[in-house]
Design a protein around this ligand. Structure first.
Ligand SMILES: Cc1cc2nc3c(=O)[nH]c(=O)nc-3n(C[C@H](O)[C@H](O)[C@H](O)COP(=O)(O)OP(=O)(O)OC[C@H]3O[C@@H](n4cnc5c(N)ncnc54)[C@H](O)[C@@H]3O)c2cc1C
Length: 491
């Protein structure tokens, strides 16, 4: 059985000359190179791990640029890192990279209330930007469930989504421009405040590029006015299929909720066990629907949603009377993930997207796969946009990771066969790079590689991520297992 910690490769320590150069650039206290200091930078919230050669925490874009030049001279790649909450191994330091952590780049430089935009450094936490924007009646719409700790740089890196992506889109719809340190250590800007900038619009290419094109050092992001009213409703259904039918009927009726989330029976039972949530044990699914806008429209829409849920067999309908009750309804969704740790200590959280109409069939297939492999599975997901999050629960101390990865590859295959794709919001990183061949042709991948090469011809920035092959991460055992699975299960 593969022991992930024991199997993680060890990086050679960087030479004293490089360490002292990095210390000169960023300050002695902002450079880490002792093995015990590097341990927590080996991994993110995913599975893969590899120690960096060193971790630096620069305080300015100029320092980031100097670090990139120093790494280049030493022949080492560079990996940008925000809060490390990524779920696809995007911050794993393949090739003994130098990790550039953005935790000191955390200033909100401007909130332009009239222009409804903010200029921020990449280490600003999403929730902190929102707290600041709310004081001016504005908000930053992308709301990953990790928003209390994940950073704007990481959100840009992964093109993060969240419950409200159904109405507002994901991060790519909210970034106006970025300043970025490129692989040669120069600083370039793309996009900006002015509408219709001339030249190529590189911003949508940079958002979601997972640190493979450069290190974002500043970002102009769009802020939206807070809605006049928000209404939230919760309904229970006998199973996932009936809940999914109600969700489709809501969209079919021409309502676009701000968010529409589903929890399955396993998750509800875990919530009851962990947090005394008082959810009925016999319900098969819980649908949480939120609408935002003018008060009159919200009242009308929430009434129609309640009627649709009843017509589709929903029960236990509850509409939050005020903000405090709304918070309480969302608590069930937000605490679902930690509650699952009551069942098993480890989990593999998936992120495939499928057409909403295919959800019931795909969920059935996911549960069949999990059962065949002997795993408990929980589902807690953004049903409105078909972003599935099946979670395989297991105990890494006694259950082999290889089998979890095999079951996971089967789940991905089912989602793709249903017309879906590999990732809705978590990114490809290391976790799914080999499976890119399942959804793109060699010509597609070749065009993507050439786009990447235009920014980084020598593969200095976050090597081994997104694109299959390449060899940069070959010493990571899980990488080899995935490659075998991707080849063995070719669709
Ligand atoms: C409990 C939990 C819930 C989550 N819920 C959601 C959710 O609802 N929606 C969602 O989309 N994700 C979710 N995630 C995943 C994760 O939080 C997001 O992917 C988030 O955007 C990562 O931000 P981070 O600051 O932790 O970035 P990191 O994990 O540090 O980095 C993520 C990627 O971005 C790159 N990167 C980081 N900073 C920069 C930079 N300055 N310039 C260029 N590239 C950079 C990294 O190299 C890496 O490839 C969740 C994770 C957890 C643990």
């Amino acid at each position: 059985m593969l022991d992930l910690v024991a199997a993680a490769p060890r990086s050679a320590r960087p030479g004293d000359e490089l360490v002292s150069k990095l210390q000169t650039i960023c300050g002695r206290e902002n450079v880490f190179s002792e093995p015990e200091d590097l341990l927590v930078f080996e991994y993110d919230a995913g599975f893969d791990r590899h120690p960096p050669s060193a971790v630096v925490v620069p305080g300015t874009a100029e320092e980031v640029a100097e670090v990139v030049r120093a790494a280049r001279e030493a022949g080492l790649p560079v990996v940008p890192r925000g809060a490390g909450t990524g779920l696809s191994g995007g911050t794993v330091a393949c090739g003994g990279a130098i990790v550039v952590a953005t935790s000191r780049l955390r200033r909100i430089l401007d909130i332009d209330v009239e222009g409804r935009a903010a200029l921020v450094e990449p280490g600003v936490v999403n929730g902190h930007l929102n707290d600041a924007a709310r004081r001016s009646g504005l908000f930053f719409a992308p709301d990953p469930a990790s928003q209390r700790c994940s950073t704007i740089g990481g959100n840009i890196g992964t093109n993060a989504g969240g419950p409200h992506a159904l109405r507002y889109g994901s991060v790519v719809d909210h970034v106006l421009g970025v300043e970025m340190v490129l692989a040669d250590g120069t600083i370039a800007s793309f996009g900006g405040r002015a509408p219709d900038l001339p030249g190529y619009d590189a911003v949508p290419l940079i958002v979601g590029s997972e640190g493979t094109l450069g290190i974002v050092t500043k970002a102009w992001v769009r802020l939206l006015p807070l809605p006049e009213d928000v209404r939230t409703a919760l309904a229970l259904f006998r199973d996932v299929e009936t809940g999914a039918r109600a969700a489709s009927a809501i969209i079919g009726a021409g309502i676009v909720p701000a968010a529409m989330e589903m929890l399955d029976r396993t998750t509800m039972q875990a919530l009851n066990a962990a947090f005394d949530a008082h959810l009925p044990d016999d319900a098969g699914s819980l649908l949480l629907v939120e609408v935002e806008g003018q008060a009159e429209d919200c009242a009308d829409e929430i009434g129609r949603i309640a009627a649709i849920c009843s017509a589709e067999g929903g029960s236990g309908l509850r509409v939050a009377a005020d903000a405090a009750e709304r918070e309480l309804l969302w608590k069930a969704r937000k605490l679902g993930y930690p509650a699952l740790a009551r069942i098993k200590p480890n989990n593999y959280l998936h992120d495939a997207v499928v057409p909403r109409t295919k959800l019931p069939a795909v969920l059935r297939a996911v549960n069949e796969i999990a059962q065949r492999y002997g795993y408990v599975t929980a589902n807690m997901f953004h049903i409105g946009d078909g972003n599935l999050h099946p979670i395989l629960l297991f105990d890494a101390r006694t259950e082999p990771i290889e089998r979890v990865m095999e079951a996971s590859a089967e789940i991905l295959k089912v989602a793709i066969a249903a017309g879906g794709t590999l990732s809705g919001e978590h990114g490809i990183g290391l976790e799914k790079n080999e499976f890119m061949r399942w959804v793109f042709t060699e010509d597609d991948l070749g065009a993507m590689r050439r786009a990447r090469d235009a920014f980084d011809p020598d593969g200095v920035m976050n090597p081994g991520k997104i694109m299959p092959g390449g060899g940069a991460c070959d010493d990571i055992p899980t990488e080899r297992i995935k490659r075998g699975l991707a080849e063995g299960m070719w669709v």
